[in-house]
Write a protein that binds this ligand. Structure first.
Ligand SMILES: C[S@@+](CC[C@H](N)C(=O)[O-])C[C@H]1O[C@@H](n2cnc3c(N)ncnc32)[C@H](O)[C@@H]1O
Ligand code: SF4
Length: 309
């Protein structure tokens, strides 16, 4: 899912034992209330602590995908994002930011020059973005223009596909290509356990997704699909599903056959919990004990990511 690490999932194509991509949930507040969002927390506003950022920077991971709820929530959050990007880049890692893009003007020119990519979540067409994400599409377009003007090297678009937008897949791909200077990454909605509310009628089946991908009027050039094969409800259909998706996307597909931790991806939350990408989707289950010191966290990050499963 794009929710795992955004476009950084494209770096996780082989099974491996070390931690290679860390997705960092830097805060737990957002300026939007997207109905499909899995990151719904009941706690007070919090940011990741500097010692956690320093330990991530010193780890052997190759890349860090910074997500929030919203990294560009306000000026304070944008300042903290800048210091995370600096810390990670000072150790020569790749760094990406996953954002709704609406406050792109809060990104400094220095930070924009340092990041390797920015993923902007869109989920709608020019016509439907407003009703799907609850913000004016013009603001999104201005945000993306700002990222481009600030010199961001690669701007990717993320579309989470659900019952409210799947029928417009061709238009989503077209709008994504209009906005992005990089890739358009498609992923299905995943129902999760969390502390808020998520309408159940957003669910789509693997059959419906295949049907949409295989429609002759849908142009998927420059589009990638990222998903967890576990999402396909019927285990006996997973291989056939994967083959058909791969054929349709011309190989531009990342389909995890196990928890993405087995591909070197881990999640660290704003409150320093370390978990696998599958576990991270269920914020209502975030009870796991957390490392309390740099030593404890660096020990966890030095172990094979799959040990977290
Ligand atoms: C949770 S958001 C956080 C970053 C930022 N606020 C944004 O919207 O890009 C990261 C990505 O996860 C996706 N996402 C959220 N809830 C999801 C769910 N239940 N299933 C699949 N993807 C989801 C979002 O659409 C977005 O692309
Ligand atoms: S998907 Fe992103 S923008 Fe939407 S509510 Fe969740 S964190 Fe906020």
């Amino acid at each position: 899912m794009g929710a795992f690490a955004g476009s950084a999932a494209l770096l996780c194509q082989v099974l491996r034992s070390d931690v290679s991509v860390i997705t960092l949930t830097m805060n737990n507040s957002c300026n939007l209330r997207c109905p499909h969002c899995y990151l719904q927390f009941a706690q007070e506003d919090k940011f990741v602590a500097p010692w956690v950022v320093e330990t991530i920077a010193e780890s052997d991971a190759e890349a860090v995908a910074i997500v929030g709820m919203e990294p560009l929530l306000n000026r304070d959050s944008a300042r903290k994002l800048a210091s995370i990007v600096e810390a990670v880049k000072s150790r020569d890692k790749k760094v990406g930011v996953i954002t709704n893009g609406l406050n792109a003007h809060l990104l400094s020119r220095e930070t924009a020059a340092l990041v390797d990519w920015v993923d902007v979540s869109v989920d709608g067409t020019r016509e439907t973005y407003g009703s799907i994400r609850g913000a004016p599409v013009r603001k999104l377009e201005r945000g993306i223009e700002t990222l481009d003007r600030l010199g961001v090297r690669q701007i990717n678009v993320l579309h989470t596909l659900h019952a409210g937008n799947l029928s417009q897949l061709g238009d989503l791909a077209d709008f994504g290509r209009d906005l992005a200077t990089g890739q358009v990454v498609l992923s299905p909605f995943c129902a999760t356990r969390h502390e808020g509310s998520q309408p159940r009628d957003l669910d789509i089946t693997s059959g419906a997704l295949l049907q949409a991908l295989e429609r002759s009027d849908v142009d998927l050039d420059d589009c990638w699909i990222v998903l967890d094969l576990d999402w396909v409800a019927e285990p006996q259909l997973r291989q056939q599903f994967a083959d058909r998706v791969e054929r349709q996307l011309g190989g531009r597909s990342i389909m995890f056959r196990a928890d993405p931790a087995a591909y070197g991806m881990v999640r660290i939350t704003y409150d320093a919990r370390v978990m696998t990408p599958r576990q991270a989707m269920h914020t209502g289950d975030y009870r796991r004990s957390r490392p309390r010191t740099r030593e404890e966290l660096s020990q966890v990050l030095a172990r094979p990511a799959a040990q977290l499963i």
